[in-house]
Write a new protein. Structure first.
Length: 269
């Protein structure tokens, strides 16, 4: 990714735990690293094809000068959120907030915090189970996804009973789709999903065989990823009715349902 840096911007702010900090204010120094997939302005030389630095400066200034919270950690998060809102092309932002006049006894140059935040993307995952208490397995996996820091704004499709694909001599599945917003990197999210599957005793002894829980990332925003360990959008999602039927409840997809396997409503949500 390409990076744009706005370094050591100085503002007067009122973030602090003490009353005199909120009343009198003090100096804050903010540096931003803005990560963009590819800056088109490198090729077009057009101002519209790059990040508007002036706007980002003003957004940062407004956030710092308008904050009256306690922690610079929270201030850094508010800056990251404001930057992502200001320009949708920014995929990740690194925010450094320095407080050189912090009320701390001792000799120091500054107190500072640095955070990195990815843009929140709408992710859709498919869940399936055909071993044990199938519905309990799905609900436990959903609860585990909700417990991950950085995931929010959940949408749940109904649960469907579906005919197995591939290896047909096995119990019917329960399947659903779940959508949520996250700023977790796609590969890190995949690792967390594998932990959930392992915690629910998923086994991978037979390809397309029975499993306690199966969680697949179908979409991650508009991202296209083609790696051996992760392909997004998920391959064959559009030819699997156990994905497309519940998917339609949380995302508009302009395709016909494939007529490959039997799918029937198990529980509406």
């Amino acid at each position: 990714m390409d990076k744009i840096t706005l370094s050591k911007m100085e503002f007067e702010g009122h973030t602090g735990c003490f009353d005199f900090e909120k009343k009198d204010g003090q100096k804050f120094i903010v540096s931003l690293d803005l990560f963009v997939d590819r800056i088109r302005g490198c090729y077009t030389d057009d101002l519209a094809d790059t990040v508007d630095y002036s706007n980002i400066y003003e957004v940062t200034k407004e956030t710092v000068t308008g904050d009256d919270g306690n922690l610079i950690e929270r201030l850094a998060q508010k800056i990251a959120d404001a930057v992502h809102e200001a320009d949708k092309r920014i995929l990740k932002v690194r925010v450094k907030v320095s407080k050189p006049e912090a009320p701390v006894k001792g000799i120091f140059e500054t107190m500072e915090v640095t955070i990195e935040r990815n843009r929140k993307e709408f992710v859709i995952v498919s869940l399936g189970s055909n071993m044990g208490d199938r519905e309990a397995n799905i609900l436990a996996a959903e609860k585990a996804l909700q417990a991950i820091d950085g995931n929010e704004g959940f949408k749940f499709a109904s649960i469907y009973e579906t005919e197995p694909v591939g290896l047909e001599d096995q119990p019917y599945f329960l399947n659903t789709c779940v959508g949520f917003y996250t700023d977790i990197d796609p590969f890190e999210l995949l690792d967390k999903i594998h932990v959930i599957e392992n915690d629910l005793l998923r086994t991978r002894e037979v390809h397309w065989g029975p499993r306690t829980i199966d969680i697949d990332i179908i979409f991650y925003g508009d991202r296209v990823i083609m790696k051996p360990e992760l392909t997004i959008p998920h391959p064959r999602w559009n030819v699997r009715s156990f994905v497309t039927v519940p998917l339609r409840e949380i995302k508009d997809v302009d395709i016909d349902h494939p007529d490959d396997k039997e799918v029937s409503l198990y529980r509406k949500r």
